[in-house]
Ligand binder design. Sequence first.
Ligand SMILES: [Ca+2]
Ligand SMILES: [Ca+2]
Length: 309
Amino acid sequence: MKRKRQQGIALLMAMLVVAISAVTATMLVSNQAFLQRRSYHQLDAERLRAYALGLEDYARLFLQKDARESKTDHLGEDWAVGIPGLPIEGGMLSGQITDAQSWINLNSLLTDPVQEAALKALCRREEVSCDFIDALKDWIDEDLETRFPDGAEEDYYSSLDPPYRNPNRPMADRSELRLVKGVDAESYQKLKPYIIALPEATPLNLNTLSRPLFEALNIARKEGEGFVDADRFIDEREQDAFSSLQDFEKRMKARLSEEQKKALAVSSRYFLAEGQVLQNDKTLRLNALIERTGRSGSRVVWRSFGEFL
Ligand SMILES: [Ca+2]
Ligand SMILES: [Ca+2]
């Protein structure tokens, strides 16, 4: 098994080299004509960008390969290993893929009472007020009716100095939460490790979510009182990933409510790819949200580049 996995990773590294060389070769050819006119600084920046995009291509290939080979997504799979450091000329590449459905999706809160209850539990854990949840729903929902008691719509935001508008549609990025009534910088920083904003409502993946998030879900035991123990859950998951929600219920002696069955899953559609390119003392970071579409497709939902130092 271990040997098979090492072979798998070796193959993926080879795929990465191919992806990277394709992208840099294209860049070099297209650059020939402009070479005279461009400064070394610009060329360095473009080269870093090309490598970062190569990493992103690689992450997509990796996730597509995984979708063909397995029906579940868990932390023992090749995509979760990451690239600790691949030498390139004058530097190093590194990257990792994280399951974006291991975090509470702010855009699920309109329709998913389970993620809402979990977010409230995490607020208590982090000792921050979660009075912003009404306002968060108003921020996202299409209507202009203010929820009682803590909601906020256009009349509230337009009275601020400076005024701004709430979009009345799903959040494009979790950082929008900072603009919602009742959220200050400190509470945002405390909640940040648990949240993300995905383009649609999504379930949480039991095979990848964190221990504190599992605790926040308060999953009932089948017999007796109380909740499924988080340590036992993590141990069991490390032994073998859950193949279905029924498998989870059986092995953990858990009783999922109908709402929890809708809010939880054992596979994922969205992943966050992070890459870092270091070359000639310059660094470029890339973050991309990748959506897996079906068994063989994928698309980049958004991408952002970090500073070029
Ligand atoms: Ca998988
Ligand atoms: Ca609204």
